[in-house]
Design a protein around this ligand. Sequence first.
Ligand SMILES: [Zn+2]
Length: 86
Amino acid sequence: MSASTASIPCQHLRVAESDVGEVALCPDCGVVSVVLAFMTLRIPLAEFGVFQGMLSRAQSRISALPTAYGNEARADALTGPESHLH
Ligand SMILES: [Zn+2]
């Protein structure tokens, strides 16, 4: 109910990018957008650190699995085996 910027387009600041997507911050909204090939996650800035920590724990556990779910499978799982961006 307190929004006063309805007519002002958001200015997204790209803060990181990689082969699988990019991360953009909207300082006005306080939202971090994680943009992947076919989906975008919008996460409140206050929760982004928690989100990042969750991903780090997931990667740690995946890497610790005895089978080959580690580095090789990561990129392919996100983009498909034949859709590399570079
Ligand atoms: Zn915004």
